[in-house]
Design a protein around this ligand. Structure first.
Ligand code: FAD
Length: 367
């Protein structure tokens, strides 16, 4: 009998294996596709932020930043003494119209309680700080500076977590778990991302396809933050000498990961050019699509011990924020398993019972 088996070796599985191994537990991770071709994490934008509504998400975002900045120290191994996740700490910038302003003022109270250090200015002041943006229809603006938010390379991040977990004794094996009853272990953790509902029929976490476009613009603004325009739902950030831009339209009934190319001309480009006039001159250079592990109940994570099983824990439903939440979730599951309760960030609000009882706890700031 194994001690702990983690099903799914993506970013949540790797982070959980790292924290549990560090706590001295013997962990086996079962991953169906070690190339991670259609897993969510390599297809993500790599963003980490603290600008959320729910306090748990704000606190997990703060821990993400703390953890990411310590990667060179805490994830170094004999094989790789200089791990990096290529951090670009450009910050996040949120633009709200009148329809979202009140909600954001409420969110800012939570930011203050959590010491998130978010800045808030009026839409009319936007151009003073971000002169390349058009302030039309913007009521209120929030952003961070001091390298509080930004993005990383998801693949490097995963590799560094996995390698450290392996050095600490974790084992990653190839295999697909079709049914929880196949796994013989003292503790089982489901970390199967958007496939959660396939393994656990009572959890409404399902694949939600999102398309990202790569574009080139003759004018490059290297220090541009990851910007989300909530008046259009379009978001973008620099990527090397190019930019990435996300479509505001997602789908639950996709059969494949072919990008929804028609969104670019119909929706994304007009919204980009309206907000960033230099983007009139964009050229589409590529794109891809990936699945969010979407919690259809309330767009919020589902984490904890499953009340219907003796020894099953799970973590999924991150709805666009699982990469940044992976360190906080790995640590939280480790605390729950080794001490019986959360010690650092209380994630009881994400418990599985809430989902089984249909109690919503929505996170509105999904990109
Ligand atoms: C376009 C896009 C942009 C995103 N941007 C961001 C962002 O900026 N910031 C952020 O924090 N998050 C972002 N995300 C979300 C993030 O990628 C996911 O929330 C996160 O990867 C979820 O991690 P996971 O480990 O649960 O799932 P995954 O990364 O999908 O890993 C799950 C693993 O489980 C394996 N598996 C599944 N079923 C089984 C089984 N039965 N047996 C064995 N193995 C199995 C899979 O093969 C997979 O490798 C984005 C996602 C997409 C698609």
């Amino acid at each position: 009998m194994d001690d702990i088996v983690v099903i799914g070796g993506g970013i949540i599985g790797a982070a959980t294996a790292y924290f549990l191994s560090k706590a001295g537990r013997k962990v086996k991770v079962i991953e169906k596709d070690p190339s991670y071709k259609t897993a969510s994490f390599p297809l993500s934008l790599g963003g980490f932020r603290r600008q959320f509504f729910q306090k748990e998400n704000i606190l997990l975002g703060k821990f993400a930043r703390e953890f990411i900045f310590q990667i060179p120290e805490i994830l170094k191994t004999k094989k790789n003494p200089n791990p990096t996740a290529s951090v670009v700490p450009n910050g996040y910038l949120f633009l709200f119209g009148t329809e979202h302003a009140e909600e954001q003022y409420e969110a800012l109270k939570n930011h203050k309680e959590c010491k998130a250090e978010t800045k808030n200015i009026k839409g009319s002041e936007l151009k003073k700080i971000f002169p390349y943006l058009n302030d039309d229809g913007i009521e209120t603006v929030t952003y961070t500076d001091n390298k509080m938010e930004g993005w990383i390379d998801p693949y490097l991040f995963h590799g560094a977590l996995k390698n450290k977990a392996v050095e600490l004794g974790a084992e990653f094996i190839k295999g697909e778990v079709k049914n929880i009853s196949e796994v013989k272990a003292n503790i089982i953790i489901s970390a199967v991302g958007y496939l959660t509902n396939k393994l656990l029929k009572d959890i409404p976490v399902v694949p939600q396809k999102h398309t990202v476009f790569r574009v080139k613009c003759p004018k490059h603004i290297a220090d541009m933050p990851l910007t989300s325009d909530f008046t259009s739902g379009v978001y973008w950030r620099p990527e090397g000498k190019e930019y990435l831009a996300g479509s505001p339209i997602s789908s639950f009934d996709a059969n494949d990961l072919e990008p929804d190319w028609n969104h670019f001309e119909e929706l994304v480009w007009p919204a980009l050019a309206k907000r960033v006039p230099i983007f009139e001159e964009l050229k589409l250079t590529g794109g891809w699509a990936g699945y969010y592990d979407c919690n259809k109940l309330d767009n919020n994570a589902v984490v904890g011990k499953h009340p219907k099983y003796e020894n099953l824990y799970m973590a999924s439903g991150f709805t666009g924020r699982g990469l940044m939440q992976a360190p906080g979730i790995g640590r939280a599951l480790t605390e729950l398993i080794t001490t019986g309760s959360y010690q650092s960030i209380d994630l009881k609000a994400f418990e599985i019972e809430r989902v089984l009882e249909n109690k919503k706890r929505p996170e509105p700031y999904v990109l």
